[in-house]
Write a protein that binds this ligand. Sequence first.
Ligand SMILES: [Zn+2]
Length: 266
Amino acid sequence: MAANEPGQPAVNPIDTSAFTHNHPAPARALAVGAHPDDIEFGCGATLAKWAAAGCVVHYAVLTDGSKGTWDVNADTSQLVAARQSEQREAARRIGATGSVTFLGAVDGELENTHALRDQLSRLIRIVQPDVVLGHDPWKRYRLHPDHRAAGFLLTDSIVAARDPHFFRQHFNLTDLQTGQPLTHHRPSALFLWEADAPNHVEDATAMIDTKLHALEAHASQFESTMKATDESALDAFRQRLRARAATLGSPHGYGAAEVFHLMRDL
Ligand SMILES: [Zn+2]
């Protein structure tokens, strides 16, 4: 192998033997994103695959998405409403048949607070997901504060949902479907996207078109996030996303992939 150019960092090849592949579709999954569109970027193809296999997919979006525009004169209450309906449509395109919950924290100001842990752990106890998916809070060199806060909010809320002495007031609530009181709940796996240390790969080849179709439901984000101000720029976005998925899949023999840090034994 040729030496690296001076000043170029060494490129470590991926140790593909350290990865697990293609988790069986769970009965129930809950994806938790900081903003409308984060869930589709992070795990859209995986959710679509599981939904097609019969998994009930639930969404939770932590912030209102009110900073998602470069228009200084934008009416942000209209933007919040538009982003909620875009998120519902994106979930529909993924094939999600569960709930879509908006926790309504102010975009850009998300914090891992007691009040939000109360809400999110209650949602976990209501939905009783087998698998939870969210932002990796341990991702290095991450700038966006909401993504970091969303990660820790989720990991802390899993502990609170799991342990019976956290938020005991939840047990006074009744599950609307079963009529039984809520109980504590331990998911069996946590998938972290944007993973600092990926150790799990999902073959996304059959679902990359569905992922793109769902992302394109977020029309208010074409300018700021997708850099897609016209049809040719939108096409370039599609190509970038396909290329990224192909790069992630190629070491594992897949045409397209999503990778995660998978935690079990929660
Ligand atoms: Zn985001």
